[in-house]
Design a protein. Sequence first.
Length: 132
Amino acid sequence: LRHLILLTNFGGDSAILRCLACCPRRELLAFHMMTMTDTILRALTLTGTTGETTLLPHLQIFALLLCGGFSCPALIKCLNSRKGDVPPGFPRLEQVRIDHCAGLGPGEKAELEACAARSFNLHVELRTRLDD
């Protein structure tokens, strides 16, 4: 299996991180209706010149659908780490989808689009109600 889709919260960050650590070869990761914290995004951030990361070094497709709890700067740092000059043998991020996530507005959408420019396919759909 190369795809992992996590639906709703199931035990907080530690349970999610343990789950992700058990499947390092996954190329697609989607979170749906979850609290996606900066801790998880930091763990997904590719670091170092040899690709050290605790989680999913082969990730190519990433989706956040109806999620909340994360900051835009942490998301951008994670996405930036997986585009452009990735270490040899590690794939670049190819597609990112962010749909109706809490806390993202037009300003954050513009930041995400600037992050993706000339790097990967990005789709961002914002919530339409102001009270979301």
